[in-house]
Design a protein around this ligand. Structure first.
Ligand SMILES: [Zn+2]
Ligand SMILES: [Zn+2]
Length: 108
């Protein structure tokens, strides 16, 4: 009974030593992925929060201002999210040419 307890404790200490010695290897593999997705999100957020966004033909589409949502509410807000019903939008039409402009936060 006592031998089993000692063996269990030794095994757990060995696992802890291996984890402390080699845990950074897993961290080294995860960190670049985390950094990549964090930087990618920061760049997309910068585009989404800018005053305007270019449509495929280069017209400046306002991302902040007076918008009418599909719920019927007309608000002074951000183009990608209704300030009233909180619906998020994936795309919007350019006011000049009518082509779709995608939400930068939802791009693949
Ligand atoms: Zn709405
Ligand atoms: Zn356009």
């Amino acid at each position: 009974m006592k031998d089993r307890l000692i063996r269990t404790v030794v095994v757990w200490i060995a696992i802890a030593i291996v984890y402390l010695a080699l845990g950074w290897v897993i961290g080294l593999a995860i960190a670049p992925w985390f950094l990549y997705f964090t930087i990618r999100y920061a760049i997309r957020l910068q585009r989404a929060l800018a005053r305007t966004i270019p449509c495929p033909q280069g017209h400046a589409v306002a991302q902040w201002g007076r918008f009418r949502c599909t719920c019927g509410a007309e608000t002074l807000s951000w183009i990608w999210r209704c300030a009233w019903c909180r619906t998020r939008f994936g795309h919007s039409a350019c006011g000049t040419c009518g082509l779709a402009v995608g939400n930068p936060l939802l791009r693949r």
